[in-house]
Write a new protein. Structure first.
Length: 567
């Protein structure tokens, strides 16, 4: 359920626990204007249409290509340009449901290996060209299979593994059939991942790629998309401007055309404190999405002190702060006992104030209010719940048994933009176990390259976990299938778990397999160490109406099609 807290200046002293726990009692639903899948409409007079001004965490990387990166610095504006989904999208009224987007409907074969999508006939690219089923095939073929042309190679999209597509076929005049490698009854749920966007128009790219421009990107063709706003201009280090696309197909329940806004200006603000100053002095309508820019306890109190009830603070569950191992690279961490010792040694609760800026949790009962999420599937906080002193005694025993009682050195891929607090926390924690964690601090280009490589001993990983178990293979699976997975391994047992998940036909069976998989990942093999869950806090002026804030995953609903300004 989308949620927002109205903040009053008479209550400036907000502790982490009271803030998060208080959400369950006082959060009210944000007014949602939903095109085809939400409850309410917003009526806006023409005079009220304005330009929404938002902070953006940084310059969009990868030439604006959503095939190449999941960075929120791109995806915050990509939702407006390319749309909130692809053939399908997450439902604006309940993100755990799948809604139609570019497809009107879909059907599957009885064994769930073939999915046929019937497309809308009223969708236009921003240059006025009709959207066709051939566009879907062109995009998916690039994303899933990549391309080899002479001695040139175009790599598939980073998310190809989670789709597991064998073939894409066009069925004239308006259908696309997708055949999967194996049955998957949850394929539409996985496809609804908002990171998976159609951003490569066939009519502008196919000929040029065949002529040798094999790595053509959206920025090379003017960012022509299908979303509610068309690209207007981009000044590096300054601003990304998008403006209303008058021929956009979505409507609200009353039949009014979306979007309501005239446009959005995304102000590139790499420094969170500079963003705070800009917001508090009236130059921004909303803060940025992205770890490092979400508000901290201290910063939030300053907002409340200065601005009082004129600001609202939406919350969402963020990703997990974690440590993941590259077991394909030689080193002591290839021994499961060593990885387990590290997991037992880390003081997870200590990460909340030091790494997560005071907003986070290690127990679901203090997470943000999310009445539509099944907390039975939140497994990891129940693991390693013993006393820390007891855990650390066992950690030393395991490390000695593995032959590393004197410790060792291990590298850690550390993102310069926002990973230093986490890296320093882990370095300080592991020093007590005799492990020298070497922080290998990198810029955004190397972060995006390095995290999908086998060059580093360990890392935190980047992607959020999809909200259904069957959609998590992209972050937990084998390196050869999912290079952007947190841990780097080739464990075929993981494949077996995901097959069983996709075959499970009852709630109890799904929960049982998911529980086994989590225990295998986090305890038996300890490929990944979940440390704490992040709670994300943004700020918006109270005149920004119609926001759709997802209960989790900040990449969701970045289209702003339902937003209006009511000053």
């Amino acid at each position: 359920m989308p949620a927002v807290i109205p903040v009053r200046s008479s209550h400036p002293d907000i502790s982490r626990r009271s803030f998060v726990k208080g959400l369950a009692a006082i959060a009210a639903a944000i007014a949602v204007s939903e095109a085809c899948n939400g409850p309410d409409s917003i009526v806006v007079d023409n005079e009220q249409k304005k330009i929404l001004v938002l902070a953006n965490r940084g310059d969009p990387p990868a030439h604006f290509s959503t095939l190449r990166t999941s960075s929120i610095a791109l995806h915050h504006s990509a939702g407006a340009i390319f749309g909130p989904g692809n053939l399908v999208m997450r439902n604006r009224g309940n993100m755990y449901l799948v809604a139609p987007y570019l497809a009107r409907r879909w059907v599957s074969s009885p064994d769930f290996t073939e999915w046929t999508f019937i497309l809308r006939r009223d969708v236009l690219w921003h240059d006025g060209t009709q959207f066709q089923p051939e566009d879907v095939k062109f995009w998916l073929d690039l994303a899933v299979f990549g391309l080899k042309q002479g001695d040139q190679v175009r790599a598939p999209a980073y998310y190809k593994g989670e789709l597991a597509i064998k073939q894409v076929e066009v069925i004239p005049p308006d259908q696309v059939k997708i055949t999967l490698d194996e049955p998957n009854r949850f394929f539409p749920d996985i496809l609804a991942d908002p990171r998976i966007k159609i951003d490569h128009p066939r009519h502008l790219m196919e000929k040029r790629i065949k002529e040798g421009e094999i790595n053509l990107s959206p920025s090379d063709i003017g960012m022509i998309g299908l979303g509610p706003f068309k690209f207007d201009s981009y000044e590096i280090g300054s601003v990304i401007r998008v403006r209303r696309f008058d021929q956009y197909f979505e409507q609200d329940p009353s039949g009014a055309a979306l979007p309501y806004l005239d446009g959005i200006d995304y102000i590139v603000t790499t420094d969170a404190l500079s963003m705070d100053i800009a917001f508090r002095t009236g130059r921004l309508d909303g803060t940025a999405r992205g770890f490092g820019h979400y508000l901290t306890e201290t910063r939030l109190k300053e907002y409340v002190k200065d601005l009082g009830k004129s600001v609202v603070f939406p919350l969402m569950e963020g990703g997990t702060f974690r440590l993941a191992f590259n077991v394909l690279k030689p080193g002591p961490w290839q021994d499961a006992r060593v990885r387990r010792a590290i997991a037992l040694w880390i003081d997870k609760k200590a990460a909340i104030p030091l790494v997560l800026d005071g907003f986070g949790w290690t127990s679901p009962d203090v997470s943000p209010n999310n009445p539509v999420k099944d907390k039975n599937f939140v497994i990891w906080p129940r693991l390693d719940s013993q006393d820390l002193v007891v855990n650390r005694i066992e950690a030393r025993r395991l490390l000695g048994e593995a032959g590393f009682s004197a410790g060792f050195s291990m590298g850690y891929l550390c993102r310069a933009e926002n990973g230093l607090p986490g890296g320093q926390f882990l370095k300080d924690q592991l020093a007590g176990l005799g492990i020298d964690l070497r922080l290998q601090i990198v810029d955004e280009a190397e972060w995006n390259r390095g995290r999908v490589s086998l060059d580093y001993d360990s890392q935190s990983g980047a992607l959020s976990v999809l909200p259904i178990p069957e959609g998590t293979e992209g972050v937990y699976g084998r390196f050869s299938k999912a290079p952007d997975a947190y841990a780097k391994h080739e464990d075929l047992e993981i494949d077996r778990f995901y097959r069983e998940l996709k075959d499970a036909s009852t709630y109890d069976r799904r929960l049982d397999v998911w529980t086994q998989l989590q225990k295998y990942l986090f305890v038996d093999q300890t490929y990944i160490i979940p440390i704490a869950e992040i709670t994300y806090v943004q700020a918006f002026r109270d005149y920004v109406k119609g926001l759709v804030i997802p209960p989790e995953d900040g990449h969701t609903f970045t289209d702003y099609a339902t937003v209006s300004l009511e000053r």
